[in-house]
Design a protein around this ligand. Structure first.
Ligand SMILES: [Zn+2]
Length: 672
């Protein structure tokens, strides 16, 4: 019998034949894909003809066709609908796939061809997109160490593998700390906690094997406790345990690991010829240099700190009114802030939800895409990988654009969180390939499913990523869709969230699912106002973490990261009652792998751009201004990585973004 993953897909839109694919088909299909890719790469490297863009770069683009096709299906299923067999295969594939990619970047004959093309690029007559693709391929090789030989190359391999071990240990230590610590609560200690927090505390107690409710350091449990519990001594105890994760002097202490990681990253950067690890990491990003990152963070810091200090005074007065002397402490902030929020902006979530049915919010999402980009969505009746997954054909003026799959409900077989991925990316090389784009969420299932406002925002966020994939219009898969700089990739998604805040969108779509009545005006106003609440606090805890991350990777690696952290916070003038969002010994973004090392700033970098980009619409007086939407599509949503991010942004906006729109969005402008 033929393997359905390897046979041609002849159904509608060449969708994967989900009803015919079985778990046991994946391993042989990966095997076939890897064999085919290795043979193709050996043929490219061994080609005796002189290197050309077609016989090196375009050949590389086509070398992994089968592998891409199989991986596109497999990794989507493994994340959205895992089984034991899929998990076992994931574990088995991880080292093999990383070995394969090292094989490619360490292939000297292959790199020599890329380098020859690069050195002679002026004479190749390349289109701008081809020149960019060549540049990015060469950069991939060079950043992996292709220019190194002998002892230096060997040392780089050692450093990378030691870093992989340390990163894994760092995460496992945090997990161990989080598993070990819990605080038992007496029945009277549940005072003030909302029902959902009580239920979570009881469930956590049952899981720990104790009779009563407990608080653990899981964010979803400890944050509500800090918000709602009037018991100050318990809040302090829980808070101190939460922020001490990874720094308890036991077997799971991460402080020495953090120091070793920073030292090895510095060495890696030096081997590759960079002044610091931050310089290495930021080179392919939009920010480019540590100085640019610092400049942005400091422009946000001053107004955020001013707002936080002003808020601290209000909260401290509330503390004193409760008969407690002394300063406001970090374990008091969330409690008094929640009391203040309730007084000033109370919003009844239970009353809100009936206006936010999943069906209504999907319709709102699609309607905005129709008004902005002329896209139309038609429900498809095709086999899916799970009964909850739904598919739509996306068209424009009758032309096929993409297939969009929405898989919205939480289930045991799904990873937590929300994400967007392309089961198949857009490209034109070889043949015109239209994308299959998937949005995965973890909303509670119901009849009908009703969303919180945060859920609705997540729906819009992931759909913004989906637009970046669906509207992609490039020749080469290497730069398709969301294949852009890390500090640029959240722009389309965070930008799309802004349309949920356009009052007419909720006025039109947020209808009570039973009565069809529009959302009351007062509820809508409270909802839209709540977005700026307590942003002084949120911004300060974020920027402090981002500044420490940056300082760790610039210049010489600190021998004692904890001391360095203390110095940076003192220099910043950190408010007494706020601590870093993630302290060093459990700062997983930075130490559990390379992903966000000297990159934690990127969330805020993207927010600066999305706020500024949405202001481009607001300035026209029309949130759906067709001309601005056309520019957004032309220069950002369709462009993928075909040009550097800053050039794309400049084309769209006519200037680089300032921080004013972000400060306004966070309600910090008057604090500046
Ligand atoms: Zn995102």
């Amino acid at each position: 019998m033929t393997n359905p993953l390897l046979a041609p897909w002849e159904g509608p839109f060449e969708l994967p034949p989900f009803d015919a694919i079985h778990d046991e088909d994946f391993a042989p299909a990966f095997e076939a894909g890897l064999t085919e890719a290795r043979a193709a790469i050996a043929a490219i490297a061994g080609n005796t003809e002189p290197p050309t863009f077609a016989n090196v770069i375009e050949a590389l683009e086509l070398a992994e066709g089968t592998l891409d096709r199989v991986a596109g299906v497999f990794y989507n299923l493994a994340g959205a609908d895992s089984t034991d067999a899929r998990e076992a295969l994931m574990r088995d594939l991880a080292p093999r796939m990383s070995a394969f990619s090292s094989e490619v970047t360490n292939n000297k004959a292959l790199f020599a061809k890329v380098e020859t093309l690069w050195q002679g690029r002026e004479a190749l007559g390349l289109s701008p997109e081809q020149a960019r693709v060549l540049e990015l391929y060469r950069q991939m090789f060079v950043r992996s160490g292709a220019l190194l030989d002998g002892a230096e190359a060997e040392r780089l391999t050692e450093v990378k593998s030691r870093l992989a071990v340390l990163g894994t240990r760092f995460s496992q230590n945090i997990l161990a700390e989080e598993r070990t610590w819990f605080m038992e609560l007496a029945e009277e200690d549940l005072e003030g906690l909302p029902d959902f927090a009580v239920a979570a505390a009881r469930a956590a107690g049952a899981e720990k094997g104790v009779a009563g409710p407990v608080i653990t350091t899981s964010r979803s449990l400890i944050v509500p406790f800090l918000q709602f519990s009037p018991r100050r001594a318990l809040r302090e105890k829980a808070y101190e345990a939460w922020v001490a994760r990874g720094a308890n002097g036991n077997d799971h202490d991460n402080r020495a690991i953090a120091a070793e990681i920073l030292k090895l990253r510095e060495e890696r950067a030096h081997l590759l010829g960079y002044a610091s690890f931050a310089d290495f990491k930021l080179e392919p990003e939009m920010a480019k240099t540590p100085a640019a990152v610092r400049d942005l963070l400091m422009r946000v810091w001053a107004p955020a700190r001013a707002r936080a200090e002003a808020d601290a005074k209000v909260l401290e007065a509330m503390l004193h009114a409760d008969g407690i002397a002394g300063p406001l402490e970090p374990w008091d902030w969330r409690y008094y802030s929640e009391k203040r929020r309730k007084a000033e902006h109370d919003l009844d979530e239970a009353a809100l939800k009936p206006y936010l049915s999943l069906e209504a919010m999907i319709a709102a999402c699609f309607d905005c895409a129709n008004r902005l980009f002329g896209l139309e969505f038609h429900a498809l009746d095709v086999p899916m990988y799970h009964p909850d997954a739904r598919a739509w054909e996306v068209t424009r003026e009758g032309q096929h654009v993409a297939v969009f799959i929405g898989d919205y409900f939480a289930r045991g077989s799904k990873r937590s969180g929300a994400w967007c991925s392309a089961m198949r990316s857009q490209k034109r090389l070889g043949q015109d390939v239209r994308p299959i784009v998937v949005n995965i969420c973890n909303f509670a299932k119901g009849d009908p499913a009703l969303l919180s406002y945060d859920d609705a925002r997540t729906l819009f966020h992931e759909f913004g990523h989906a637009l970046h994939q669906m509207l992609s219009d490039v020749t080469y898969g290497f730069i398709s869709g969301t294949s852009v700089a890390r500090d640029f990739v959240e722009l389309p998604s965070q930008l799309y969230e802004h349309w949920l805040e356009v009052p007419e969108v909720l006025e039109t779509h947020a209808k009570h699912w039973q009565t069809g009545a529009a959302m009351p005006a007062d509820m809508l106003k409270r909802l839209l106002d709540a977005g700026t609440y307590d942003q002084g606090f949120a911004t300060v805890e974020f920027v402090a973490s981002a500044m420490v991350d940056l300082a760790f990777h610039e210049g010489a690696a600190p021998a004692d990261p904890m001391q360095k952290q203390a110095e940076i916070l003192a220099e910043l003038g950190m408010p007494h009652a706020i601590r870093m969002r993630h302290a060093t010994p459990h700062f997983a973004h930075v130490f559990s792998g390379d992903g966000y090392s000297s990159g934690y700033y990127s969330y805020m970098w993207s927010e600066v751009m999305d706020a500024d980009a949405f202001a481009a619409f607001e300035e026209t007086g029309d949130a759906f201004d067709p001309e601005t939407a056309a520019k957004l599509e032309r220069f950002i949503l369709s462009a993928g990585g075909s040009r550097p991010a800053e050039e794309l942004y400049l084309e769209f906006r006519g200037r680089m973004p300032g921080v004013e729109a972000l400060l306004k969005g966070r309600g910090l402008l008057d604090a500046a």
